[in-house]
Design a protein around this ligand. Structure first.
Ligand code: ADP
Ligand code: MG
Length: 258
């Protein structure tokens, strides 16, 4: 039964999409069958895996709003064991259309129910908002992984995210738990980066992943080639750090022993 992990933080530019693509690709590289679901109307996860959102006729939106079968819309990527359920621009409209639908918070959960068993991991790349699509993702998920960028005001907005998670646990998804907090764009030479990690540790303690994702040029280049960083430069620090994150996720889930 696939474990569903939502990558969420309503702040933009903190590394959600980079983490979604590269965690999914690293789990796949370790031979765990993984589905990446692009739950952001900006469709960066789709384009980051060579799928032009303009060419996508139907995606997660059509499953959530129109009831299309996701199995028919899933795309096999060039990476072994990695599939993609793409997004297209219409997903932005879903935010509004969902409001009037029955069980509007449960549409993504319903969509994923029929394919959950075919994967070991399903990674949801969320949009930078706490709107209905993200609420759907958190309702469908088993856990949430929160990327936090090593910069000033790193914790800004985290309180709001945590209270949203609590509300969802209370009303929509009692099983939801925090998979972990991931520090991104870490620069060991910068005192600020180290200070931010210390600060976030004070709040989250053991929830912080030991793996810190460094600021790495290969990570920012890879999407322009439409491939995950392991396919772009497997030796790079960026690729190695996401492999190490994948290992940590496997250990946290009791799938491999530390
Ligand atoms: P989000 O999905 O949270 O908006 P992205 O993953 O799209 O954030 O990252 C924002 C920008 O920062 C992108 O241009 C991405 O390539 C870049 N980026 C993300 N993580 C790193 C990293 N560790 N090192 C270098 N650049 C990064
Ligand atoms: Mg994104």
């Amino acid at each position: 039964m696939g474990k569903i992990i939502a990558i969420a933080n309503q702040k933009g530019g903190v590394g959600k999409t980079t983490t979604a693509i590269n965690l999914a690709a690293s789990l796949a590289a370790l031979e765990h069958k993984t589905l990446l679901v692009d739950a952001d109307p900006q469709a960066n996860s789709s384009s980051g895996l060579s799928v032009n959102p303009r060419d996508v006729e139907r995606g997660i939106y059509d499953c959530m709003v129109e009831g299309f079968d996701p199995a028919e819309l899933i795309i096999q990527t060039e990476i072994n064991h990695l599939d993609l359920l793409p997004s297209h621009i219409d997903l932005a409209g879903a935010e509004i259309e969902l409001i009037n639908l029955e069980e509007r918070e449960f549409r993504m959960k319903k969509t994923l129910a029929s394919i959950k068993d075919q994967y070991e991991f399903i990674i949801l790349d969320c949009s930078p908002s706490l709107g209905l699509i993200t609420v759907n993702a958190l309702t469908a998920a088993d856990s949430v992984l929160i990327p936090v960028q090593c910069e000033y005001f790193a914790l800004e907005g985290i309180g709001k995210l945590l209270s949203t998670i609590e509300i969802i646990q209370e009303h929509l998804n009692p099983e939801l738990h925090i998979e972990g907090v991931l520090m991104t764009m870490f620069d060991s030479r910068m005192r600020l980066s180290n200070q931010v990690v210390d600060e976030v540790k004070k709040h989250f303690e053991e929830l912080i992943f030991e793996t810190l994702i460094p600021r790495n040029i290969r990570l920012s280049e890879a999407p322009s080639f439409g491939i995950p960083v392991i396919a772009h430069d497997a030796e790079s620090k960026g690729a190695q750090s996401y492999m190490s994150l994948a290992q940590e996720v496997l250990v946290r889930n009791g799938i491999v022993v530390a």
